[in-house]
Design a protein around this ligand. Sequence first.
Ligand code: ADP
Length: 483
Amino acid sequence: MGLGSFGGAVSATRFLSDAGGVVSVTDLRSEEQLAASLSQLDGLRLKQVALGQHPLELFTNCDVLVVNPAVRPDDPFVQAAVQAGAEITSEVDLFCRFNPAPVIGVTGSNGKSTTSALIHHLLVRTRDQPNSRYWLGGNIGGSLLPQLDDISSSDIVVLELSSFQLESLRRRRFRPRIAIITNLTPNHLDWHNTMAAYHRAKHGVLDAQFRDDAAVLPDDTGGDVTWSPRGMFWRFGIGDSGEDGVFLEDDLLIARSGQRFHFDRRVSTSVVSDPITHETAARPARAAVEEVVRCRLPRQLPGDHNRRNVAAATCATWLAGGELSRVNDALQVFQGLPHRLQFVVERGGRRFFNDSIATTPESSIEALNVFQSRIVMLAGGHDKGLDLSEFAGAIARSASATVLMGQTSGLLREQILQRSNRNCRKVVCGRDFEDSFRQAVALSKPGDIVLLSPGCASYGWFRDFRERGNRFVELAMQWTDES
Ligand code: ADP
């Protein structure tokens, strides 16, 4: 259910078909919209491919329903399959059933992809185990199902896990060797209805852990939510709380542990079938190990939220046997993830950042808070009916000039001008994306940041945030101050 365009469903379809399954595929989008994914199914003998609609009988007549992570858990078609007795699963759940390697599982409201990618990057560069390979998958995209034959028990798999993926994994008592929760903020309540349900879904990453497994949890400043790990746990944060954990305080990276965690004590599988009793780890009175190294964050990782992501990722890597002394060098060559406050290029004294993934006002407000330099902002897009007043206020405070795009441009302009005494020639609307980019660079000066952080969805002008971000990167790479 949900072929999509990110590859996970294509891999699941191939995997099940190659294993002898009788497989049907359905998606609400049209053949034309899904052309790229459909072409990757060439050569498979599928029972049915139903596009543009979900035929109910497919859901009531299947043994197993593999659901795309973008589908809501209370979707009526999923519920119809549940009623008919089908097993509900996901691509990542299929992977976990057959994966022989220990898993580092990452979840949370924000920062999952960045933290997962950082852990993978740090493992590769700081862990000296010639027989190990490191794999990155789950919600971050790029299915690991096709790699299953290459993954061995001495490798490590880093999985980014959405709440929905955790729901299906919880039923199978998924047991990551190291579980990480980046944070919990009420930004997915449209899915989970209540904060308690959302919290329970995220807690699923801890629920089947054993006493000798590890949890990496935010320090208290990460919100007032409590977590009850069953195994040992460590904290992360950007101020040293004196607890066991990893803290990035100013330019010091501090790692501390009074507990012994043996990552290499192998477990037979990352998935367990027997329930375990609940026990909370006892905290030791004193730290037995403390390491401190200097650490400077590269410009690919701007902002306090990224300092927290680095602390969390370092904690997991350190627990898995990575060397703290090599973390700083490794961070300097981290590429950053595309579209997430991604540093693109420095041209004519301007630095271009692509934050196209910011499709909500909150994430763009976060981005505006990151930079100290003057910002020329590219914002706006499709109108989802969200309240834009706080966003307009943040732009009025933080951006020295703004180019507005798409449906929301008129409203945003009016609200920004109401909140600032800014020259209205510095708050302008673009005719199309290229025109918006041109106006943004014309309004910028050497030393400025040109930031694409729309705070709105991309529909109308683009297929998705990736296409929008890629176009921005192209334009920035082509631009010279003579052009
Ligand atoms: P996720 O995978 O959870 O969606 P990403 O790593 O893709 O998170 O980051 C998406 C956006 O969320 C970033 O561009 C940034 O604006 C914001 N973000 C990233 N990390 C954090 C964090 N630790 N706390 C708050 N916001 C964050």
